[in-house]
Structures are given as structure tokens and as C-alpha cells.
Design a protein around this ligand. Structure first.
Ligand code: ZN
Length: 237
């Protein structure tokens, strides 16, 4: 048995079980979310139909202001998944804060900013996908080459619905931007120089013991299932 984690997506509910060093691990969170959501439908879907299911709003950070005073062009190769760890702010609150330059801290621009925030019922875009944000790893490749998606986790927000909406948005972006679903990564993936630990426990509710494990594998399997459904044109009726 290889020491690396081996996903067996066909074995049980699309990757809920991983073999880690020969020891099977089940994600009880993923089992509960899968039961709540049901399986991803196999029905083919066009990119615009999938986008409609995501309920995307655009509230962009003004061009030339805050983190966008010095836009850094980007051709995204990865999609980075985060969670806000904010029990009070919903996606609208994050959009307002970003639009008004309220989130300070990035090393390059002095601001923290990213591309999308998702909650149970809607998604909001804050930044064009061909502009780099600051959400992952200081001056590293996570910031320079990845689209950042934050999942809201304010009180009362349904996490399963938020995760599923995020999986759909991620599949849509991967398809339309030519990014391999293999390059969908948790924030954890990008080490942050000078931090201890360098790899952040983010998005914490999709990691196991602070690392990608069976829960992350389940999320990726939902992304991959939606990605496989996408067809360029609707099949003839
Ligand atoms: Zn993060």
C-alpha cells in the first residue's frame, strides 16, 4: 500500500473512504452532508445553466482602488478554497467590506481580497478572474495564479448548501477557464513563508485534523462530478 493517500471514489459514495497507510478513514461530516444533498445528478448541463444554479451577483472592488490600485494580471492555473471563519458576516457583508477597502493586511497591496464569496443561497464576485487577489500565501503562487473562493460560515448559514454551491461554481470556473479539477486546492495547499505552521487550517470544516483527508476528497469528488456533467451545448430534446 503506498504511503500517500489513495482515493477510492467508486468504493463508497464518491470518495468518502480513504486508505491512509492501510487504515480506512470515514468522514462523518461528509456522510451527513452527502445524505442532506443527495448525489450529484448525472443530467448534462451547459456552463450557463450551471452558472444560473450558482446565483452569481457581481459587486466588484472598484478598479484602481484599495487592493486594485496596482492590478496584477493573472492567468489562473488553480482554484483555492477558503472559509471565512467569521460567525457574523455573511457574503453581502464581505462584499461591502471589500468594496469599501475595509479588509487590511495583504503584503503586496496592503489589503486582503479575493474573487468570490459563497453562502447557502447566493454567490458574489468581487474581482475579475484575470486579476490576482491576496488571500493565500503572501507573494506566493497561490496569490499570483489562483482564483480565491471564500465560503461563508455565519450563524444560520446552511453549510451543506454552501459547500454544494461552491462545488458548482468551482466546476464552472474550472471548465470555462481551462483549469484542471486536479488544481482545485484548499488554502492549506499554499505554505505561507514566516508563519508557524506555514499551512493554514483552511477551509477548516473540509479538512481532517487540519489537513486534507477524506472530507476534502469528498468535496473534490462533488466538484469533479459537476465538472463531468458540463457539456458545451444542451442535448437536443
Ligand atoms: Zn483561507
Amino acid at each position: 500500500m503506498p504511503r500517500s493517500l489513495t482515493v477510492l471514489p467508486s468504493l463508497f459514495l464518491g470518495g468518502l473512504i480513504l486508505l491512509a497507510g492501510g487504515c480506512a478513514t470515514v468522514s462523518h461530516r461528509a456522510l451527513a452532508w452527502e445524505a442532506e444533498l443527495g448525489p450529484v445528478p448525472e443530467r448534462p448541463i451547459t456552463p450557463s445553466q450551471l452558472l444560473a444554479e450558482v446565483s452569481l451577483h457581481q459587486i466588484l472592488i472598484p478598479d484602481g482602488r484599495f487592493g486594485r490600485r496596482k492590478d496584477l494580471g493573472m492567468r489562473p492555473t488553480h482554484i483555492t478554497i477558503h472559509s471565512t471563519q467569521n460567525p457574523t458576516g455573511d457574503a453581502w457583508a464581505h462584499a461591502r467590506a471589500l468594496q469599501n477597502g475595509k479588509l487590511r493586511g495583504g503584503r503586496r497591496t496592503g489589503y486582503l481580497f479575493w474573487h468570490f464569496t459563497v453562502q447557502q443561497d447566493i454567490s458574489i464576485q468581487h474581482l475579475p478572474t484575470q486579476v490576482a487577489g491576496e488571500h493565500a500565501d503572501l507573494d506566493g503562487p497561490g496569490n499570483r495564479h489562483s482564483i480565491g473562493i471564500e465560503m461563508a460560515e455565519h450563524r444560520g448559514n446552511n453549510l451543506a448548501e454552501t459547500i454544494e454551491r461552491t462545488a458548482k461554481l468551482t466546476a464552472y470556473l474550472a471548465y470555462t477557464q481551462g483549469i484542471s479539477p486536479r488544481n482545485v486546492v484548499p488554502h492549506y495547499h499554499w505554505p505561507r513563508e514566516g508563519y508557524n505552521p506555514p499551512n493554514k487550517n483552511c477551509p477548516h470544516f473540509l479538512l481532517d485534523n487540519g489537513k486534507p483527508g477524506p472530507t476534502w476528497a469528498w468535496f473534490k469528488s462533488r466538484v469533479q462530478s459537476h465538472h463531468r456533467r458540463i457539456v458545451a451545448q444542451a442535448p437536443a430534446a
